[in-house]
Design a protein around this ligand. Structure first.
Ligand code: FAD
Length: 310
């Protein structure tokens, strides 16, 4: 069995594996797709000390850094269930899609999250060519330009306020007849001169010139009419879904499916830790996920040294 088994191979999982292996304990990492979300990222400019890099290059470097250590890397392995140890200090079990199962004294869950998509024509075609999901990451790319934010919940309204300070103009599009964000955010939004809010609007298409996005079409849900807006960018903010469906019943999840953790990365189960976008950590970013993964590994080590000798 492993001392530490990491499930998920994004920035959180890679950092956890490196920190665990540096303690000289038996470490494994199982990942559906080593690299995680950064594989889908074009440019990264906010990983501190690296001015600019590309997602796939960053993912390769994650894997090679893990490879510097004695870590059992199991790529292309999907976990489908977790069976927590029957008694404290016992072995936890991770069941894989291929039927095999892995046992470990401690686990670090770092299966990340995925952005909810609009699922409209053009969205995938213009992804990273104008369609984006992350204002903290890509906001500066649209300096002075026209953008839309899709979604009027807290994340959409926060994004619109954030972007209004960078871009030329923001159109916020909400499906419902009113915004769902906190009142204080809505007041702030209402005070901004370069923001327009359109409610009862369903985005039906994203269009462009073949190379880059040039606008979107929405349907006015009250009148049934169709309208087009010309834009350079669209920020889709309709939800980040944690990859935790497989953990239901095994560790405590919030109503949104995030794994509940404390400041050390401990979950509701002794010996099971979690880190990164799959958890309740407030900001979903690479540098934050990597920091959380490192902390979770140190917590797992702390837990292990306190177990009674076998
Ligand atoms: P992830 O990167 O999501 O990794 C999760 C890992 O778990 C993957 O290896 C996945 O295959 C695996 N996994 C999932 N389910 C299972 C399972 N059941 N069994 C086994 N393995 C599983 N952040 C920035 O800081 N800067 C940026 O510029 C930036 N740009 C972004 C651009 C895009 C398009 C996207 C989508 C995100 C961007 N982000 C950016 C956010 C950043 O990528 C995430 O915050 C970060 O990757 C989270 O790391 P993580 O390790 O928690 O999860």
């Amino acid at each position: 069995p492993f001392d530490v088994l990491v499930v998920g191979g994004g920035p959180a999982g890679a950092a956890a594996a490196i920190y665990a292996a540096r303690k000289g304990i038996r470490t494994g990492i199982a990942a559906e797709r080593f690299g995680g979300q950064v594989l889908d990222t074009v440019s990264i400019e906010n990983f501190i000390s690296v001015s600019h890099t590309e997602g796939p290059r960053f993912a390769t470097q994650l894997e090679s850094h893990v490879g510097d250590y004695d870590v059992d890397v199991m790529n292309l392995q999907t976990a489908t269930a977790l069976v927590p140890a029957a008694e404290e200090g016992g072995l936890h079990e991770i069941v894989l899609k291929n039927g095999a199962s892995l046992r470990a004294r401690t686990l670090i869950l770092s299966t990340g999250a995925r952005w909810r998509q609009m699922n409209v024509p053009g969205e995938n075609e213009y992804r990273n060519k104008g369609v984006t999901y992350c204002p903290h990451c890509d906001g500066p790319l649209f300096k002075g330009k026209r953008v839309a934010v899709i979604g009027g919940g807290n994340s959409g309204v926060e994004a619109a306020i954030d972007l209004a300070g960078i871009v030329g103009h923001v159109t916020l599009i909400e499906y419902d007849s009113q915004l769902r964000a906190d009142a204080v955010l809505q007041r702030k939004l209402g005070s901004l001169a370069n923001v327009k809010v359109i409610t009862s609007a369903l985005t039906t298409e994203v269009f462009g010139d073949g190379n880059k996005l040039t606008g979107l079409t929405y349907k006015d849900r009250d009148r049934g009419t169709e309208h087009q807006i010309e834009l350079e960018g669209i920020f889709v903010q309709i939800g980040l879904v944690p990859n935790t469906e497989w953990l239901k019943g095994a560790v405590a999840l919030t109503p949104h499916g995030e794994i509940g953790i404390d400041a050390r990365g401990a979950t509701s189960q002794p010996g099971i830790f979690a880190a990164g976008d799959a958890t309740t950590v407030p900001y979903k970013q690479i540098v934050i996920a990597a920091g959380a993964g490192s902390a979770a590994a140190l917590s797992a080590f702390d837990y292990l040294i306190r177990l009674p000798a076998e």
